[in-house]
Design a protein around this ligand. Structure first.
Ligand SMILES: [Zn+2]
Ligand SMILES: [Zn+2]
Length: 89
């Protein structure tokens, strides 16, 4: 997935870099930066602030309960769908 890096000093153009979700040695899903071959560089930090990234990680970890009625992805501890109120299995 491509992430846009906004320069902190406000100048220059946003740079696009790629981060991926990879398993580390422990079997955990982590964000991985292609450019730095790193799990914890500044790009990964920036990527973590993106809601869609957090959403994706949750999805990979399987820590979501998908509502069978409306398809909304709820936190794994949810008992009822936050979107439509249906009971979650
Ligand atoms: Zn990086
Ligand atoms: Zn629902």
């Amino acid at each position: 997935m491509s992430i846009e890096e906004i320069p902190r000093n406000g100048g220059g153009r946003p740079r696009i870099f790629d981060v991926y979700i990879k398993r580390n040695g422990l079997g955990d899903f982590r964000l991985w930066c292609e450019q730095d071959d790193s799990f914890d560089c500044v790009h990964v930090e920036v990527a973590w602030t993106y809601p869609e990234v957090q959403h994706m990680i949750l999805h990979y970890k399987g820590k979501t309960k998908v509502c069978l009625v409306c398809g909304y992805e709820n936190p794994e501890n949810a008992k009822f769908c936050m979107e439509c109120g249906a009971r979650l299995e």
